[in-house]
Each structure stands twice: as structure tokens, then as C-alpha cells.
Design a protein around this ligand. Structure first.
Ligand SMILES: [Zn+2]
Ligand SMILES: [Zn+2]
Length: 250
């Protein structure tokens, strides 16, 4: 399994970071997680295209995670393909595409709504992978996803969330936790107010889940400060377009 970040920033961020979007390559399949503004541009810049995607997992309906879906749909239609998209039930693509003036592009999306649950829920099984989702703790209905590959590696992506046991449960025994870390230590109150976590909390979730490798992501306006990491958690800094080979982490 390989993970390739396309973007690593939050909604209010340095524009050079882009919005969080991850490509997960597992066996012969390629899964895109989240599609904020600029995801199509980032996809092409990193050497991919819409017809390389087997599946798109949307975590929630905030713009920095979904606004790029319309552009992906435009290019999918021009190639004569459909996009298989999974996301929480309250993602209203009909309303979104209508607001953007492209309701005719809706049939390009094959949408599979998921009812978020506080218990891990298997949402898709492919030849090379199994995808599990759980309810995160954000300001709108949000899913965290776990992808288990046939090669024995596993990634969990928290999406936007306050620290929650649900993600500890989902990530348990996984190879890598990609956890949102919007705030620096000391900003817990304001981070939680907006449904986010701090860097220290992301480290703590990795520790509780027994995950050795943490990729903090979804940076806001300040450089992330990682304190009290400890020897049980290794930090992997996400770099756009740069593949992480999960086999090397086992
Ligand atoms: Zn976000
Ligand atoms: Zn959000």
C-alpha cells in the first residue's frame, strides 16, 4: 500500500498547502480520500487523472473536503466515465451541483450514502482492500475511514474531528494514522470549538490506538509544533505528491 498526499492544509491555511486529499494505492486499486478545492489540479500535478480513481471517499460536506468534486465530475464526464463516491448521508450532491449550476453532471456521480455509526462499519470490500468507517466528532456529520490492504498494511484517516475514542477504536492495530492536527498545544479550547484537534491530541490518539506511525495533517495558519512525542509514536511529515511506502513501516 502507498499513500500519496495531494494536499495537506485546512480550509483557512496557506494556499500553497492545498486542501487535504489523499491517494491510497492498494493492489491494483486507487482510492481518493476527500476532494477539496483544487483537488483536480493537485491530482494532475502529482501525475494522476480522474480515470485512475476506483473510488472516492468523502468524509464530510465542508468545502475544504468536497468543493473539488464538481471539477472531478466535469472531467469524468468528458472522459465518459462515472465516479463511485462514498460519503455520509447528509452530503447533498444534488443541492451542491444545483448551486454550482451543473445539475446535468450529477449522473456522473454514483453516490453511496453511509449512515455514520459510533461502531466500525464495513462500507466497501474490493479485491485488494476493505474499507471501514466510523463517526468522527466534528461540527457536521463526519466519517473517519480505515483501509486494510491484502498486503497486511492499514491506514486510518480521522478527517476533521475533536479527539474521540471512536477513532482510537477504528485505528487500533493499524500501520498508520493520518490525524487532523489543526491546532498547536495550548489552543485546545478554540480547536474543540471548531470541531478540531491539536497536534498533542493527535499524538495521544495514535498512542491510545497503539499506532506507531502518525501523519499529522490539515494545517492551519501556523507551522505545526509537535511536543512530547515520546518514543512510541513516530511522526511522518506529509509532503504533497510524495508517496509513502507502507511496507517500509511494518
Ligand atoms: Zn477541513
Ligand atoms: Zn470540516
Amino acid at each position: 500500500m502507498r499513500v500519496i498526499p495531494l494536499g495537506i492544509g485546512g480550509w483557512v491555511s496557506n494556499p500553497l498547502l492545498g486542501n487535504v486529499a489523499l491517494i491510497v494505492e492498494v493492489g491494483n486499486s486507487r482510492i481518493l480520500i476527500d476532494a477539496g478545492e483544487g483537488t483536480y489540479r493537485a491530482l494532475r500535478a502529482c501525475g494522476f487523472d480522474v480515470d485512475n480513481l476506483d473510488l472516492i471517499l468523502i468524509t464530510h460536506r465542508h468545502g475544504d473536503h468536497i468543493m473539488g468534486l464538481s471539477t472531478l465530475a466535469l472531467f469524468a464526464r468528458s472522459k465518459g466515465i462515472a465516479l463511485k463516491v462514498y460519503g455520509p448521508r447528509d452530503v447533498d450532491l444534488e443541492k451542491l451541483f444545483d448551486a454550482l449550476g451543473i445539475p446535468q453532471y450529477l449522473p456522473t456521480i454514483d453516490f453511496h450514502p453511509i449512515d455514520p455509526s459510533p461502531e466500525p462499519l464495513t462500507v466497501a470490500i474490493g479485491h485488494d482492500y476493505k474499507i471501514t468507517a466510523i463517526l468522527a466528532d466534528h461540527t457536521v456529520q463526519t466519517l473517519a475511514y480505515r483501509i486494510d490492504g491484502l498486503d497486511g498494511t492499514c491506514i486510518t484517516y480521522s478527517s476533521d474531528t475533536r479527539p474521540t475514542k471512536n477513532i482510537v477504536n477504528l485505528a487500533r492495530g493499524c500501520t498508520l494514522l493520518v490525524h487532523e492536527a489543526s491546532g498547536n498545544p495550548g489552543t485546545e479550547e478554540v480547536s474543540h470549538l471548531h470541531g478540531h484537534s491539536t497536534t498533542t491530541e493527535a499524538i495521544q490518539i495514535a498512542r491510545e490506538a497503539g499506532v506507531k506511525y502518525l501523519m499529522p495533517i490539515h494545517y492551519y495558519v501556523e507551522p505545526p509544533i509537535l511536543s512530547n512525542v515520546g518514543s512510541d509514536v513516530n511522526i511522518i511529515i506529509p509532503l504533497p505528491c510524495t508517496p509513502l511506502d507502507m511496507q517500509k513501516l511494518k
